[in-house]
Design a protein around this ligand. Structure first.
Ligand code: DC
Length: 231
């Protein structure tokens, strides 16, 4: 697949558990493009803060971490992604529910967001980038060739997250998850800086009741229609 412009970007934004991660990864794989999991960067800031025993309210300390932390995203022999923080494998800890909650808190601070801008833009490398997050289309890549805003009903998102946690052997309570998802949506959409909202030129895609492959096919069809690559 030859990209039409130097570094074309597809942004996939949306609320927690909307399927963004899975869809973004599948689209990037199908195209052979790079992937930016921006949520992982916020999670890493929160996790590094916890590991350094930072006060959860210490803004400057978290900004300093956001600027300096050494992170690497790797695929192991089985194709599973591994996340390294300062050379240590933190894949499990990054995905933990508590780290997600911490990420949502540090993501409210404008200085932390600023500190991560250049790091995120640096992921745009040939042949193209699929960027997954909350503000990819609005703030980080405002000139992206294709912007998708992926949603799904709150019930379906809680059910998906529940299934995911159970399959990993964790215990999870559907009612607690629904409540946490609603709280996180509220915090992510109401913050002053880069709130979760679709870019004015984003395509809204509701994945409720759709299979992963159907959503991936729709995103690829949109990219093809826009001439993002030459087949
Ligand atoms: O997508 P995720 O669950 O890994 O994201 C974790 C938190 O990080 C989420 O609650 C909000 C925040 N986040 C953000 O503010 N901006 C992004 N581009 C990505 C994530």
């Amino acid at each position: 697949m030859i990209a039409a412009s130097a570094v074309p970007v597809i942004t996939i934004d949306g609320p927690t558990s909307s399927g963004k991660g899975t869809i973004s990864r599948s689209v990037a794989r199908a195209l052979g493009w790079k992937l930016l999991d921006s949520g992982a960067l916020y999670r890493l800031v929160a996790l590094a803060g916890q590991l350094a025993h930072l006060d959860p309210d210490d803004v400057d300390g978290h900004v300093s971490i956001a600027r300096r932390m050494q992170v690497e995203f790797q695929a192991d022999d089985t194709g599973e992604e591994r996340v390294l923080l300062e050379g240590e494998d933190v894949t499990g800890a990054v995905r933990a529910e508590t780290t997600g909650q911490g990420a949502s808190r540090v993501a409210v601070w404008p200085a932390v967001r600023d500190a991560l801008v250049a790091r995120q833009r640096a992921f745009a490398e040939p042949p193209g980038l699929v960027a997954d997050g909350r503000d990819m289309g609005t703030v980080i890549f405002p000139a992206a060739e294709l912007k998708v805003f992926l949603t799904a009903s709150a019930e379906e998102r809680a059910a998906r997250r529940h299934k995911q946690l159970i399959s990993k052997g964790s215990t999870a309570n559907l009612a607690d998850l629904s409540r946490e998802i609603a709280e996180r949506d509220q915090r992510d959409s109401s913050r002053a800086v880069a709130p979760l909202k679709p870019a004015s030129d984003a395509v809204l895609l509701d994945s409720t009741g759709l299979a992963i492959q159907q959503v991936v096919a729709r995103v690829l069809a949109l990219g093809r229609e826009r001439g993002l690559w030459k087949v």
